[in-house]
Design a protein around this ligand. Structure first.
Ligand SMILES: Nc1ncnc2c1ncn2[C@@H]1O[C@H](COP(=O)(O)OP(=O)(O)O)[C@@H](O)[C@H]1O
Ligand SMILES: [Mg+2]
Length: 257
């Protein structure tokens, strides 16, 4: 257990370090007698401080990729490194710790615990990590940055969708993760609220140095990112930076909108 602490502390050394690196990532599912190739030799490096969007048609492997990057599932071949730390040979306990300490997850359906207040939901990952005392300070900062200070005693059902997703984002950030992994984070929000949540991601990346990997099928959402990669049949088939004139035409070419 102790050995985990040391290699990870290199994270404070100078940039540019990769927050995430996937090498030759492959994943097959067996369903009945059939084998489905979900990812096929995928290569991806996400530098620290980048807001990356992952686009691609339904079934192209986006969620599978996010699950593997998030150490929620294991690859059949290839590897994932988080802040320079290889993960392939880690035990389940070590993976759990790495997930808890280095990764923050945001899902389309928020995944908040209904009978806990917003505040308790946000603090939960810190509590599990035995870091509640520090987290109280972080909570105050996050709640103010995300505009949910007045909502902390509410339960999820008493919050709007946008507020719930802000709470989920604060929960993802409470342990100061290396990367936030978000699967369609605006999928259950109306477009205005979705834009607000995306703007929060963008601001966090620019001003706080977050690294975000966001799966989306929505070109408008993807344009909030710094860089978009396109997945098809489990492979990266293209990418674009969003600050250039070609971003929209590249999205059109790969996503057909
Ligand atoms: N648990 C599973 N069992 C069997 N097949 C799966 C499973 N999860 C995903 N798949 C298949 O793998 C492929 C990629 O799925 P997924 O990563 O969910 O794609 P996306 O998120 O881009 O829609 C699809 O063909 C999907 O049907
Ligand atoms: Mg999906």
């Amino acid at each position: 257990m102790e050995t985990l602490v040391k290699p990870l502390s290199v994270e404070n050394t100078p940039q540019p370090e990769a927050a995430l690196e996937a090498k030759g990532l492959s994943k097959r599912y067996r369903l009945g007698g059939e084998t489905i190739v979900a990812l096929s030799g995928l290569e991806l490096t996400v530098p620290k401080g980048q807001f990356l969007a992952v686009m691609g048609p339904s079934g192209s492997g986006k969620s599978t990729l996010l699950h593997l990057l998030g150490l929620l599932d294991s690859a059949d071949a290839g590897s994932v490194e988080i802040a320079g730390q290889p993960t392939a040979s880690l035990s389940d306990d070590a993976l759990t710790m790495l997930r808890r300490d280095k990764l923050g997850f945001v899902f389309q359906s928020f995944e908040l615990i209904p009978n806990l207040s917003a505040r308790e939901n946000i603090l939960l990952p810190a509590e599990v990590a035995g870091r509640r005392a520090n987290a109280e300070k972080t909570l105050v900062k996050l709640a103010s940055a995300l505009g949910i200070e007045e909502r902390l005693t509410h339960r999820p059902a008493q919050l709007s969708g946008g507020q719930q997703q802000r709470v989920a984002l604060a929960r993802a950030l409470i342990n100061d993760p290396v990367v936030i992994l978000a699967d369609e984070p605006t999928g259950n929000l109306d477009s205005h609220t979705g834009e607000e949540v995306l703007a929060l991601f963008g601001r966090g990346v620019r001003e706080e140095g977050w690294t975000v990997v966001m799966v989306t099928h929505d070109p408008k959402a993807a344009l909030h990112a710094d860089r978009i990669v396109f997945l098809r049949d489990g492979k990266l088939v293209g990418e674009t930076l969003t600050n250039g004139a070609e971003a929209r035409s590249t999205i059109e070419r790969f996503v057909g909108v």
